[in-house]
Design a protein around this ligand. Structure first.
Ligand SMILES: C[S@@+](CC[C@H](N)C(=O)[O-])C[C@H]1O[C@@H](n2cnc3c(N)ncnc32)[C@H](O)[C@@H]1O
Length: 300
């Protein structure tokens, strides 16, 4: 099914970023203690979609000078992982996500949790962040690898009568360092000669600092823009999913104004979210489709 259908189901496109900010911040937004799951523990047991993940995190790295917020898990992320794992999620029912999807996550943090949960359901999942998360995210991928097998049809010719052989394969989940402020986005990020672009780009709780807004949005646009140069890709546009915890109206408005310059934007309505995401009034998910180059707006 074409991804256009999902946007019909999302309701009205956001045409006025200031109005979206007003609407979201008119509701009561409870304090979430910044939004860490638990900033003091070095290990978290997290159940998502019926599987128990053990996640190693680092309060020590979190407290280092500099920006190391990805050293611990943030609350919205397990909820987004759980929502995305459901077969009735609108990204699956609309065909934006499918078993052949190639997904890239920005600012994944040390857990890699969304990738751990989604990778067995997809073709390939690339986790990215700054290099300081590499050691822990790779440890978390490794230690949760027993949860990473998926049943995929075999590509070999060994078939039982009339039925494709189903093989238990290790999923394609890997981490790459990608700094929004320093690194160039190229098709080599896919790590696959046949796929030169991504179907979906995900960012969870990456909007909290105004100096990061422009490089983050530019990176989202550059990754989604790989689609137009990929002659093997389907005609479906890449979709950018941004999940965030609302904290500061100025930061949010800065992000949505910048994001709207490059992307057509929709907010996922409450009735398409899980109860857990819905019941946290400060958690929101937006979807964007890159505008054509001629449509990209000048800064206001
Ligand atoms: C609040 S944390 C969220 C981490 C993770 N997504 C989660 O929700 O648990 C924000 C993430 O953005 C990443 N980040 C900040 N600046 C970045 C940059 N310039 N390039 C790449 N990632 C960056 C941080 O390293 C961190 O992992």
């Amino acid at each position: 099914m074409a991804s256009g259908c999902v946007f019909d189901r999302l309701g009205l496109e956001i045409l006025d970023p200031e109005e979206e900010t007003f609407l979201l911040f008119s509701q009561h937004i409870p304090s979430q203690n910044l939004g860490f799951v638990d900033p003091k523990s070095t290990t978290l047991d997290i159940n998502v979609a019926g599987k128990d993940y053990v996640i190693h995190q680092s309060p020590t790295i979190l407290n280092r000078p500099g920006s190391t917020t990805g050293a611990v898990v943030w609350k919205i992320t397990p909820l987004v992982a759980d929502w995305l794992a459901r077969s009735d999620n609108l990204l699956w029912t609309s065909g934006i996500l499918s078993p052949s999807s190639n997904v890239l996550e920005l600012g994944c943090g040390i857990s890699g949790l969304v990738g751990l949960v989604l990778a067995p359901l997809l073709s390939r999942y690339t986790l990215t962040d700054q290099s300081y998360v590499a050691r822990l995210v790779e440890k978390n991928i490794d230690e949760n690898s027993h949860l990473q097998t998926s049943s995929k049809p075999s590509t070999t010719s060994h078939k039982r009568k009339g039925r494709p052989t189903v093989v238990q394969s290790k999923t394609e989940l890997r981490f790459l360092a990608l700094d929004w402020e320093l690194d160039e986005v190229t098709s080599s990020l896919t790590g696959d000669d046949k796929a030169k672009s991504f179907d979906v780009v995900i960012a969870c709780d990456c909007i909290y600092n105004d100096t990061l807004i422009q490089p983050l949005v530019q990176t989202c646009a550059d990754v989604c823009g790989l689609r137009s140069a990929d002659e093997n890709a389907t005609d479906k546009p890449a979709v950018c999913l941004v999940a965030q915890q609302l904290r500061d109206p100025e930061i949010f408005e800065g992000w949505i104004k910048e994001f709207s310059r490059y992307f057509r934007v929709w907010r996922v309505p409450d009735n398409a979210l899980t109860e857990e995401l819905r019941s946290n009034p400060g958690f929101v998910v937006h979807l964007g489709i890159l505008r054509d180059a001629a449509e990209i707006r000048n800064p206001s």
